[in-house]
Write a protein that binds this ligand. Structure first.
Ligand code: PNS
Length: 163
């Protein structure tokens, strides 16, 4: 039984994240998508909204290969991963520019918890430029984001920004 944690901010979840989850399902029996509770970071969606959206979106993708759960966590990610008896951490790498930061995190996490392995996965090429940050930026400037995020996410973003 191989369990992985896929940690992140997921503000909002993108099609790139979903692609990684589906690929991760080929390697692991269970993936816990873990949303970081970070009070310092100004978020578009609050933690409840982000976990709710993720759960909704995950219903729409093929997860027959493995069990996918959504949780939130705070504090050290490796601590949380050990509490959840995870074997590995999954992180997506889009371009070389991601690698430097991801390598630093992976090595720090390994120092903190040598038993946990970090597995880097590449999303499909069509998502190689998609990030939550850019999705929010272009959306807030009036651009279309269909194809970059699931339809549920776009609808929730429209609803939220209309308030
Ligand atoms: O989606 P993000 O914002 O790139 O995800 C970053 C995340 C949540 C994986 C990272 O910030 C994290 O693990 N934070 C929890 C605190 C922690 O363990 N920090 C030490 C990292 S070496």
């Amino acid at each position: 039984m191989l369990r992985a944690i896929y940690p992140g901010s997921f503000d909002p979840v993108t099609n790139g994240h979903l692609d990684i989850i589906q690929r991760g399902c080929k390697l692991f029996d269970e993936i816990i998508v873990a949303v970081l509770i970070n009070p310092e970071k100004t978020a578009f969606f609050n933690i409840e909204e982000r976990t709710e959206i993720l759960s909704e979106v995950l219903k729409t993708i093929d997860r027959s290969d493995c069990l996918v759960k959504v949780e939130s966590f705070e504090g050290l990610m490796v601590q949380y991963a050990i509490e959840r008896k995870a074997n590995a951490i999954v992180r997506g790498i889009r371009a070389i520019s991601d690698y430097e930061y991801e390598l630093q995190m992976a090595l720090m996490n390994r120092r903190l918890q040598p038993a946990l392995e970090t597995v880097f996965m590449m999303p499909a090429e069509e998502y190689s430029y998609v990030s939550s940050r850019l999705v929010k930026e272009v959306f807030q400037l009036g651009a279309r984001i269909d194809g970059l995020v699931p339809a549920v996410v776009e609808a929730r973003m429209r609803k939220k920004s209309a308030k």
